[in-house]
Write a protein that binds this ligand. Sequence first.
Ligand code: WT7
Length: 668
Amino acid sequence: MAVNNVLARIESVLQEERVFPPPKEFSRRARLKSLAQYRKLYKESIAAPERFWAKRAKEELVWFKRWTKVLQWQEPFAKWFAGGQINVSDNCLDRHLGTATANKAALIWEGEPAAPGKPGEERTLTYKQLHHEVCRFANVLKRNGIKAGDRVLIYLPMVPEAAIAMLACARIGAVHSVVFGGFSAQSVADRIQDSQAKLVVTADGGFRRGAVVPLKQNVDEALTLEDARGGLLAKSIEKVIVLRRASNEVQIQEGRDVWWHQELEQVDAHCPAEKMDSEAPLFILYTSGSTGKPKGILHTTAGYLLYSKLTTRYVFDLRDEDVFWCTADVGWVTGHSYVVYGPLANGATSLMYEGAPNYPEPDRFWRIVEKYGVTILYTAPTAIRAFMKWGVEWPRKHDLSSLRLLGTVGEPINPEAWIWYREHIGGNRCPIVDTWWQTETGGILITPLPGATPTKPGSATLPFFGIVPEVVDDYGRPVPPNSGGKLVIRKPWPAMLRGLWGDPHRYQQVYWGEVEHSYFTGDGSRQDKDGYYWIVGRIDDVLNVAGHRIGTAEVESALVSHQKVAEAAVVGRTDAMKGQALVAFVTVKSGVHTDGALREELRQHVAKEIGPVAKPDDIRFAEVLPKTRSGKIMRRLLKQIAAGTEIKGDTTTLEDLGVLARLSHAEE
Ligand code: WT7
């Protein structure tokens, strides 16, 4: 993977020179008030990481048994707080009982409105109530055969039960694997097969923009899908627990499927938290990589909990009275760390919203901010760009004065969107934290601390405590300021992934085999003269489409699984709204007619194989794909064609030069 493709993307933000110091009013009350304070703590965390993390682990977490070793590092395998015993659910719930937090709202949930004009349903669960529900559901899991170490697949809409199911797994030591409700039956089946999950927790359906997503039906289908040899992909599944949400009709298979509400009648609320090893697996979360098969990112217990707790508190400068709204779905890592675990470990109030930002109208978010007095809003650049497009009249209709801090995550934010967010949502008074991290990192690694760090639009600024990033060239050597390179992390941190589920070799190869003795992020970056990081996005074959991570190889393999397709190559193209868009170059089998109908058929096919998020924005048919003599598809060339830029570089090794011209004019 070469760094030269980072360079072009850097140009656009090199010009950005605006600096926004933390607003005085904010800093005055903030946990960290100056850059000097941050630098002092950061230095400490780097000079003596074990001491730094041991101190926090002691102060922040409730342990059954203290650890014996803070860090055991055998590259690329880390063990944090080895020998300790702890439970995540205990730290998120039980520890708040008997304190003033017990009757505070843990989750505020706003459902999608049933119809335009109608208010959404709402529910609030205090810590005491959430604890009660989690204990009961944990007993339901046990009743259905789940024990510590078993994998449970969670496929639910954004309802409180999603958090309840996650915490119930954590409580009994089961490993959850949440699958985003927008993924297909095929994706569910693949994840079951890879994780060997024993049980699925799902709902009859979920609401999305007034329609019902048939989740249970997708699960039913997933449980019938076969692999290439005719074996059932999901044969490890013994039970399916079904939550009633949308009241759509579903099939219940006796002996396998049970209703959530009926199961609850069979259990009590007594369920002590299991004493788990610090390194016991907490969850698996599948994410796209540069091959056709999603990777099961494995996170474990104590280090993840500590890191998500600490980053939530420092990055968002949490106060007791905050209403914290992270708009991510629990199907993504952001939902794990900053809707559920981080906020709850801190005893904060976390808001969950079920629906879309523009349903029934484009002011949905601002209505919610006003209704609940949201103080911290954490969302994605792609959403911000959509709000810009919909117009300032929508936020203007609402009183947003409760907001005191804004955050973004998921992709690079263009300075224009940053400034708009600051002005029209933050009223020029709220600091913005642009937080860089990944499914693999478990929590935020590069970010401003809002009372301390002057921000620059488009930069994620400086590393969090204990994080040692560097920008390096193809040989792993640090590059000078303002030069582009690969972003690596030089030292282990508590929330780092512990591996890929069932594939230690691939873990070593993908993350630790690219740059010596470093974790390779897959991102390109530069560091400016102030040491600020400017992340420019993926430099591997992973795209970031509207904040969703999509592997080009995955989409390619979905396309070639269609009977009319011979070959496919998928590349990214810059898109003003989504950040990147997917462009697929497709050759069809002989005799197949290529037209608009086939294009739509292929888009639907990808939606069925992976999920609607992976549908190509653009499909171009070609007679052959440009290849080198050794048979490698020339992706650089395809990217240029997709971008509509003029074709540069050596094309003489092309099998068929004529193909170029035809590809360039392949639009209907
Ligand atoms: C990739 C990780 C981690 C939460 C959601 C995405 C990109 C993430 C930023 C940011 C620039 C960012 C990177 C990264 N990314 N945050 N603040 N600035 N790029 O998790 O699906 O694992 O994707 O998202 O390219 O590698 P993910």
